[in-house]
Design a protein around this ligand. Structure first.
Ligand code: PMP
Ligand code: GLN
Length: 390
């Protein structure tokens, strides 16, 4: 293993899912739904396969039907904010958001450039920054607020202080995995001002754009001066509950998108064909689909948050995503990694230690993450088991 990747090892998601399989514990670790997405969308994939659409290499930028559907979805959701994209020159289909992030960094970062990322950060960011030869500069989100409204908060002064003459871009993620924080209009406006003032690019990972329970999701690219300097990334995995399909996309002005595509074409060349046609149909689902997904997950969030509090943990109720971060210190524990490794034996549940998403490991030590994109009965079963903790 080369020196760029040596520090990363196996991803925590594979590790914790293997632990769940080995022990038979309920897996609230890796974030994937235990119910597949809509039947009509699965049928669309079957039809594409049968009709021979996408069974051979699709066009490099993605099939036109999907790029048009992404553009239409973008106009439907954010057109009122003035944020639309041209399907021919400003949209690139990728093998999930993961590839979009990697290709954006590989295409835009010079060796030695600094990349600012909010910590705790999704684990592929660190590896992608390293593969691009960049240096990651974490800005730590920290718990703030009263007992009823504890959430992880971005310190804008710290963000400003993190920018140097070598900063190339800010890699943002909102709604934020693993904390569930949804950046507010004021916070995003401040990030945007900073990018404009210091002439930085932004890469923004918005895969949880539809999973927002309080407040609203605002794309960073919709803020003044940002459209021309932002790569916006999303994916079908979370929105349609098809994490295995790995269909994602990047949207950016033509010059920036060319750089992302230049890298993407040598990573995978193209993303899987038939699923692109199915995701095109999914994106056209009526607003009621998106509202039902959100309402279902909101109820599950509330169930799990209440239950975890009942089990003695301190809970940061997420405004978005399908993850809950909890603090184990009220249980007399301080090391989330040790706690999560022991949890399957102790009560038959798997969670993820969020420490692995930090450079400043001590900051993340007492936090663990639970996924609530599971059937209600599964969450209830997990909560019954977790009761034995306190
Ligand atoms: N970004 C974030 C913040 C995520 O949580 C995930 C996990 N789904 C991804 C990107 C990866 O998305 P995909 O499966 O589309 O590659
Ligand atoms: N995004 C999901 C999570 O955060 C799964 C990621 C993965 O398995 N790579 O848990």
């Amino acid at each position: 293993l080369n020196s760029r990747l040596a520090e990363f090892g196996t991803t925590i998601f594979a590790e914790m899912s293997a632990l769940a399989a080995r022990t038979g514990a309920i897996n609230l670790g890796q974030g994937f739904p235990d119910v597949d997405g809509p039947e009509s969308v699965r049928e669309a994939a079957v039809r594409a396969l049968r009709d021979g659409r996408g069974n051979q290499y699709p066009p490099g930028p993605g099939v036109p039907e999907l790029r048009e559907a992404i553009a239409a979805h973008q106009s439907r959701c954010y057109g009122s904010l003035g944020l639309t994209f041209d399907p021919d020159t400003e949209i690139l289909v990728t093998a999930g958001a993961t590839e979009a992030v990697a290709a954006a960094l590989l295409g835009l970062v010079e060796p030695g450039d600094e990349v600012i990322a909010l910590e705790p950060y999704y684990d592929s960011y660190a590896a992608s920054i390293a593969l691009a030869g960049g240096t990651r500069v974490p800005v730590t989100l920290r718990p703030r607020g009263g007992a009823a409204d504890q959430h992880f908060h971005l310190d804008l002064d710290e963000l400003r202080d993190a920018v140097t003459d070598r900063t190339r871009l800010i890699l943002l993620n909102t709604p934020h995995n693993p904390t569930g924080t949804v950046l507010t209009r004021d916070e995003l406006a401040a990030v945007a001002e900073l990018c404009v003032e210091r002439d930085l690019l932004a890469v923004t990972d918005e895969v949880y754009e539809h999973l927002v329970y309080e407040g609203e999701h605002l794309p960073l690219a919709s803020f003044p001066g940002m459209r021309e300097r932002t790569v916006t990334i999303s994916s079908a995995g979370k929105t349609f509950s098809f994490t295995g399909w790995k269909v994602g996309w990047a949207m950016a002005p033509p010059e920036l998108l060319k750089a992302v595509r230049a890298a993407k074409q040598y990573l995978t060349y193209v993303a899987s064909g038939p699923f692109q046609y199915a995701v095109a149909e999914a994106l056209a689902l009526p607003d009621t689909y998106y509202a039902a997904l959100r309402d279902d997950l909101r109820a599950k969030r509330d169930l799990l948050a209440d239950g975890l509090r009942g089990a003695g943990l301190e809970v940061f109720t997420p405004s978005g995503t399908y993850f809950i971060t909890a603090d184990i210190r009220p249980l007399g524990e301080t090391d989330g990694t040790r706690f999560c490794l022991a949890l399957p034996e102790r009560c038959g549940v798997v969670a993820v230690p969020t420490q692995v998403f930090y450079d400043h490991e001590a900051e993340g030590a007492p936090f663990i993450r639970f996924a609530f994109c599971k059937r209600t009965a599964v969450l209830e079963d997990a909560l019954t088991r977790l009761k034995s903790l306190s």
